[in-house]
Design a protein around this ligand. Structure first.
Ligand SMILES: [Zn+2]
Length: 132
């Protein structure tokens, strides 16, 4: 298993049936955005901050539905704010074109692990498999 150092997600580079997996970090979650706001590093625009303040000021529902997600958290989750230093292992066609041999059309036989990735992010580390 590998752990993404950008988002903390753990994954295997391939599934049990051998299909390759290319990790791409998810957007920031509502709790992550609220944590950043609390640390004075808000990723929100002033208009988004105003919208969040409006939603957070709504009165609590009289009958709380199950499961209840505060309107402000729903708003933050649907923003899809990109994660700083997001990792995206999907192949970047521009990098493939740049590394391709102009005569043979072949790629180099040895490449750095993230040489063709859209973005290496903060990298990965190998972690032990737990609970399998
Ligand atoms: Zn990630």
């Amino acid at each position: 298993m590998q752990q993404c150092l950008s988002c903390g997600g753990t994954y295997s580079a391939s599934s049990l049936d051998g299909v390759s997996y290319f990790h791409a970090c998810p957007p920031l979650s509502a709790p992550e955005i609220r944590k950043a706001i609390a640390a004075n590093a808000s990723p929100l625009t002033p208009a988004q901050q105003q919208q969040l303040a409006t939603l957070d000021a709504l009165p609590a529902p009289v009958v709380v539905p199950e499961p209840f997600v505060p309107p402000g958290d729903l708003y933050l989750a649907q923003l899809g704010l990109p994660r700083p230093n997001a990792r995206d292992e999907n192949i970047d066609p521009a990098k493939v074109a740049a590394l391709r041999d102009r005569t043979t059309g072949n790629l180099p036989t040895t490449l750095a692990p993230d040489a063709l990735a859209k973005s290496p992010g903060l990298g990965v580390k190998t972690v032990a498999v737990v609970g399998v």
